[in-house]
Write a protein that binds this ligand. Structure first.
Ligand SMILES: Cc1cc2nc3c(=O)[nH]c(=O)nc-3n(C[C@H](O)[C@H](O)[C@H](O)COP(=O)(O)O)c2cc1C
Length: 221
């Protein structure tokens, strides 16, 4: 698979089969992803891979919290600014339409949207998950290094025939994740990532992208 194909075939998959992801495949992917760039080569990512019984336990505990209507853990970072300005506001609502429209859920049906979103904490059925932490003392450039690392992981997973879904949703149940992975003090959970083989029977709508001239400016003579 060439890089273009890996980039364009990657998408946030929200339906996985229970087919096991071999540990050696995950090790191969994460060994290669270690070559991701980072400012001054800080390599600020701390990744925890959770599979098998510990993942089943995590899903069970998170599921119990969802069912009990447990409040989310207090935030360690804001996922989005409270008032999103244009064009991000419009892009966000277009995404909501695409994501929930594929499931036949209307804009007004908040309850069904919440029910669909709760599949996050079952990792959409995936048999493997990665949780990416960053040291509390690091700043915005290092958070961006995490993004490069995570995208590298996701592209390498494509090369292995696997799919993924990055999930900030896990940050709201970060204490439950911590019960399972026991991170040292001082780390913040940025996001989780479900990993597995796609369940091709699950409907989805491919997200769109802004036209190139909205996000890229060529400055030339
Ligand atoms: C940092 C990050 C966090 C995300 N968190 C979630 C999440 O919690 N749940 C989810 O279903 N999708 C999540 N996504 C997936 C995005 O919704 C998705 O990447 C975006 O809509 C573009 O669609 P595509 O990845 O299918 O191309 C996240 C993506 C990123 C990069």
């Amino acid at each position: 698979m060439d890089v273009y194909e890996a980039v364009t075939s990657r998408r946030a998959v929200r339906g996985f089969t229970d087919k096991v992801v071999p540990r050696e495949v995950l090790e191969r992917v994460l060994s290669a992803a270690a070559w991701s760039p980072s400012g001054s080569n800080l390599q600020p990512w701390h990744a925890y891979v959770v599979i098998g019984e510990p993942l089943a336990e995590l899903k069970k505990r998170a599921g119990k919290r969802v069912a009990a209507g447990d409040p989310w853990d207090e935030r360690e970072y804001e996922m989005y600014p409270s008032a999103l300005k244009s064009p991000y506001r419009e892009r966000r609502s277009a995404f909501g339409e695409e994501r929930y429209g594929a499931l036949g859920i209307s804009r007004e049906d908040w309850e069904s949207r919440q029910r669909a979103a709760s599949a996050n904490w079952d990792c959409f059925g995936a048999p493997a998950a990665l949780f990416c932490y960053i040291d509390r003392g690091l700043g915005l450039p290092q958070w961006s290094d995490l993004g490069m690392y995570l995208q590298t992981v996701m592209l390498l997973l494509r090369a292995e025939g696997l799919h993924s879904c990055p999930q900030m949703a896990w940050s709201v149940y970060r204490k439950t994740v911590a019960e399972i992975v026991s991170p040292p003090d001082g780390l913040i959970l940025f996001c989780g990532m479900s990993i597995g083989f796609e369940d091709v029977t699950v409907d989805y709508i491919r997200t769109g992208r802004a036209p190139l001239n909205e996000t890229v400016t060529f400055v030339e003579g």
